[in-house]
Design a protein. Sequence first.
Length: 108
Amino acid sequence: MNDFQTPTQSNSDLSEQVAALRSQLFMLLLALIVVSATVTGYLYLQARHASRDIAQTSQVLQAIEKNRANIHGFVEQLAAYGQKNPAFQQQVLRKYGITPETVGTPKQ
């Protein structure tokens, strides 16, 4: 029936618990710093790779814009060849959606 502790025991027990909580808090903060630094580094690398990809993609798009007339001419030649050869039209042109109607108007 003696559930009460003496004041000296409860103070020392409380100080031990506070010390344990402080060490846990320190470890958690240290883990949080490590995790956040790792995520920050990963995101930095991803941003760097994405900027390189954007530069390469813009170069490809510029090359396509320069050759747009040549590409359109090639597609027109494919459509004309498909008109003469139905087997080619069935297999290739329908697969890629090239019709005489789509060839007449270049997509912008």
